[in-house]
Design a protein around this ligand. Sequence first.
Ligand code: NAD
Ligand code: IPM
Ligand code: MN
Length: 359
Amino acid sequence: MKRFKIAVIPGDGIGNEVTAEGIKVLDAFAAYKGNIGFDYEFFPWGCEYYLKTGNMMEEDGLKTLEKFDAILLGAVGDPSVPDHISLHGLLIKIRQGFNQSINLRPVKLLPGAPCPLKDKKPEDIDFVVIRENVEGEYSGVGGIRFPDRPEETAIQTSVFTRKNTEKIMDYAFKLAQKRNKFNKVTNVTKSNALNYSMVFWDKIFQEVAGNYEEITTETTHVDAVSMYFIQKPEAYDVLVASNLFGDIITDLGAALQGGLGFAASGNLNIEKEYPSMFEPVHGSAPDIKDKGIANPMAMIWTAKMMLDFLLEDSDTEAIIKAITEVLVEGKTLTPDLKGNAKTSEVGDAVCEKLKSILG
Ligand code: NAD
Ligand code: IPM
Ligand code: MN
């Protein structure tokens, strides 16, 4: 029996609601397997914790998290705390502190999910965005000069290191090999305007591409990528993007796959020196919190990604199959999918399907 220690940070808003459903599915999967189990420890970190303590997490929170095999996070953010404080105090702190340099974000339209593009079918929308996750535009380097004076000036500097840029590019190429779809990597850039950072980014892309002659490459500016996602999503296989561009295009990707209720992600420390963290792409959705109507499918898919990182087991595909069956059946869907089911009913329905698929 292999047991995994999972740190669970439900966070704010719908974070709690969806995390419970991810755990339900993890436990259903473990029960079927019989030879794995999860020991969860819950951390009440988030905006409420901040309002009580002045910190988003324990001061030595990273030390506490270090001993876990993985972290499952719901969402962070509440209107009572400025977003840059809450996010830099918890989510971004963990990503950067644990050098989770790869943000893996699949964009895949499941049968039964509502794609906003007419005529696009599940086989047309199936790609992965590799988002740089620890530096770039999110490096936190900068400051305010001459605060509150007429000359007041804000400076926010992007930082791109060769080591990290090479690493994420290399990961993207290896993933394209493994996926074996078009054997193609798209470099998302903006080197026409960003004449240091993105010119450097493109140079590293070309260098790394030289190690993968069998992989086709293309370089496209992020504005054009945004247009092509709508016009020809079927053209994509693996994309590699900087932190900010990757953030923006993956919400667009989420829309292509039926909404934020489907977008899953993993923040990977591929060296396995620190735990990796798994979280849906969506936020804390204050507009629907405490109603029990958030779509938990993104979190359930995220839990599947966590399993894939911890185990090599093709049975995890059954989780995607179970979500798909619930979608196609159309009886147990949350309001974002025009249903009237509760979050927990969707979790239960996915578990039921999973049990019958796995037998
Ligand atoms: P959001 O993702 O929370 O919500 C955008 C819209 O999508 C809302 O209408 C919301 O109701 C809907 N939505 C999101 N997830 C859903 C789900 N699972 N089911 C049904 N509908 C869903 O983005 P936002 O409104 O820009 O941000 C709200 C807060 O969350 C802010 O504080 C923001 O900083 C934070 N945020 C956190 C994360 C994270 O923790 N990973 C990600 C994005 C935003
Ligand atoms: C995401 C979110 C975060 C990001 C925010 C909340 C800091 O939008 O994970 O996509 O920009 O990385
Ligand atoms: Mn985002």
